[in-house]
Design a protein. Structure first.
Length: 144
Protein backbone atom coordinates (compact mmCIF):
# COMPACT_ATOMS: atom_id res chain seq x y z
CA UNK A 1 0.00 0.00 0.00
CA UNK A 2 1.30 3.43 -0.93
CA UNK A 3 1.33 5.88 1.98
CA UNK A 4 0.03 9.36 1.16
CA UNK A 5 2.63 12.08 1.08
CA UNK A 6 2.54 15.00 3.47
CA UNK A 7 0.70 17.19 0.95
CA UNK A 8 -2.09 14.68 0.49
CA UNK A 9 -2.38 14.14 4.26
CA UNK A 10 -2.68 17.91 4.74
CA UNK A 11 -5.38 17.98 2.06
CA UNK A 12 -7.43 15.34 3.89
CA UNK A 13 -6.82 16.84 7.32
CA UNK A 14 -8.30 20.11 6.09
CA UNK A 15 -11.65 18.39 5.55
CA UNK A 16 -14.07 16.54 7.79
CA UNK A 17 -12.72 13.19 6.56
CA UNK A 18 -10.59 12.44 9.70
CA UNK A 19 -13.56 13.17 11.97
CA UNK A 20 -15.90 11.07 9.86
CA UNK A 21 -13.33 8.28 9.71
CA UNK A 22 -13.31 8.09 13.50
CA UNK A 23 -17.11 8.15 13.71
CA UNK A 24 -17.30 5.25 11.24
CA UNK A 25 -14.63 3.27 13.11
CA UNK A 26 -16.34 3.83 16.46
CA UNK A 27 -19.76 2.86 15.09
CA UNK A 28 -18.32 -0.27 13.50
CA UNK A 29 -16.73 -1.42 16.78
CA UNK A 30 -19.91 -0.58 18.73
CA UNK A 31 -22.11 -2.46 16.25
CA UNK A 32 -20.01 -5.59 16.83
CA UNK A 33 -20.55 -5.33 20.60
CA UNK A 34 -24.29 -4.78 20.23
CA UNK A 35 -24.54 -7.73 17.85
CA UNK A 36 -22.70 -9.84 20.43
CA UNK A 37 -25.25 -8.81 23.04
CA UNK A 38 -28.09 -9.97 20.80
CA UNK A 39 -26.26 -13.21 19.96
CA UNK A 40 -26.00 -13.93 23.70
CA UNK A 41 -29.60 -13.00 24.45
CA UNK A 42 -30.35 -16.37 26.03
CA UNK A 43 -26.88 -17.14 27.46
CA UNK A 44 -27.08 -17.56 31.25
CA UNK A 45 -25.05 -15.01 33.26
CA UNK A 46 -24.20 -12.98 30.13
CA UNK A 47 -23.96 -9.25 30.85
CA UNK A 48 -24.58 -6.78 28.02
CA UNK A 49 -21.59 -4.69 26.87
CA UNK A 50 -21.45 -1.35 25.12
CA UNK A 51 -18.93 1.36 24.31
CA UNK A 52 -19.27 4.69 26.08
CA UNK A 53 -20.75 7.00 23.45
CA UNK A 54 -20.51 10.01 25.77
CA UNK A 55 -16.74 9.63 26.20
CA UNK A 56 -16.29 9.23 22.45
CA UNK A 57 -18.32 12.34 21.64
CA UNK A 58 -16.49 14.35 24.30
CA UNK A 59 -13.04 13.36 22.97
CA UNK A 60 -14.13 14.00 19.40
CA UNK A 61 -15.49 17.45 20.28
CA UNK A 62 -12.24 18.31 22.09
CA UNK A 63 -10.18 17.21 19.09
CA UNK A 64 -12.32 19.30 16.74
CA UNK A 65 -12.18 22.33 19.04
CA UNK A 66 -8.40 22.21 19.37
CA UNK A 67 -7.94 21.27 15.70
CA UNK A 68 -6.11 18.07 16.60
CA UNK A 69 -6.43 14.79 14.84
CA UNK A 70 -9.48 12.98 16.29
CA UNK A 71 -8.94 10.26 18.88
CA UNK A 72 -8.97 6.87 17.06
CA UNK A 73 -8.75 4.03 16.51
CA UNK A 74 -11.67 2.52 18.34
CA UNK A 75 -11.22 -1.17 18.82
CA UNK A 76 -11.10 -3.64 21.69
CA UNK A 77 -8.98 -1.25 23.79
CA UNK A 78 -11.62 1.49 23.78
CA UNK A 79 -13.23 1.97 27.22
CA UNK A 80 -16.55 0.35 27.90
CA UNK A 81 -19.26 2.02 29.95
CA UNK A 82 -18.00 0.46 33.16
CA UNK A 83 -14.44 1.77 32.62
CA UNK A 84 -13.00 -1.55 31.47
CA UNK A 85 -10.42 -1.24 28.69
CA UNK A 86 -11.35 -4.47 26.95
CA UNK A 87 -14.40 -5.16 24.84
CA UNK A 88 -13.83 -8.86 25.42
CA UNK A 89 -13.80 -8.62 29.21
CA UNK A 90 -15.91 -6.47 31.44
CA UNK A 91 -19.59 -5.90 31.42
CA UNK A 92 -21.90 -2.96 31.14
CA UNK A 93 -24.25 -2.36 34.01
CA UNK A 94 -27.38 -0.58 32.91
CA UNK A 95 -30.62 0.07 34.67
CA UNK A 96 -32.77 -2.85 33.69
CA UNK A 97 -35.82 -3.23 35.93
CA UNK A 98 -36.44 -6.79 34.76
CA UNK A 99 -34.85 -9.60 36.74
CA UNK A 100 -34.16 -12.63 34.57
CA UNK A 101 -33.98 -16.08 36.14
CA UNK A 102 -30.59 -16.77 34.48
CA UNK A 103 -29.09 -13.37 35.54
CA UNK A 104 -28.77 -12.29 31.92
CA UNK A 105 -29.39 -8.54 31.50
CA UNK A 106 -29.77 -8.30 27.71
CA UNK A 107 -32.95 -6.45 26.77
CA UNK A 108 -33.68 -7.30 23.14
CA UNK A 109 -35.71 -4.15 22.42
CA UNK A 110 -33.01 -1.91 23.85
CA UNK A 111 -30.24 -3.64 21.91
CA UNK A 112 -32.13 -3.48 18.61
CA UNK A 113 -32.95 0.19 19.18
CA UNK A 114 -29.30 0.99 19.92
CA UNK A 115 -28.20 -0.94 16.82
CA UNK A 116 -30.67 1.02 14.66
CA UNK A 117 -29.44 4.36 16.04
CA UNK A 118 -25.82 3.29 15.62
CA UNK A 119 -26.50 2.15 12.04
CA UNK A 120 -28.12 5.48 11.17
CA UNK A 121 -25.12 7.39 12.50
CA UNK A 122 -22.76 5.09 10.57
CA UNK A 123 -24.67 5.55 7.30
CA UNK A 124 -24.86 9.32 7.76
CA UNK A 125 -21.11 9.56 8.35
CA UNK A 126 -20.42 7.43 5.27
CA UNK A 127 -22.72 9.57 3.11
CA UNK A 128 -21.00 12.78 4.24
CA UNK A 129 -17.58 11.19 3.70
CA UNK A 130 -18.60 10.10 0.20
CA UNK A 131 -19.71 13.65 -0.58
CA UNK A 132 -16.38 15.01 0.73
CA UNK A 133 -14.49 12.58 -1.51
CA UNK A 134 -16.53 13.67 -4.53
CA UNK A 135 -15.74 17.31 -3.73
CA UNK A 136 -12.04 16.52 -3.44
CA UNK A 137 -12.13 14.54 -6.66
CA UNK A 138 -13.79 17.46 -8.43
CA UNK A 139 -11.24 19.91 -7.03
CA UNK A 140 -8.32 17.73 -8.06
CA UNK A 141 -9.63 17.17 -11.58
CA UNK A 142 -10.54 20.89 -11.87
CA UNK A 143 -14.01 20.15 -13.18
CA UNK A 144 -17.02 22.26 -12.47
Amino acid sequence: MVRPTYQFRALFDGTTVPVLENVVNFDEARQALLAGNIANYDTPLYQARDMDVGVFKKKLAEAIEHKHRPPGPFGPEYPLKNGSKSAVGGDWAWDNPILYHDFNNVGMEFQVTEMAKNNMEFNTALSIMRHQMLLLQTAISERV
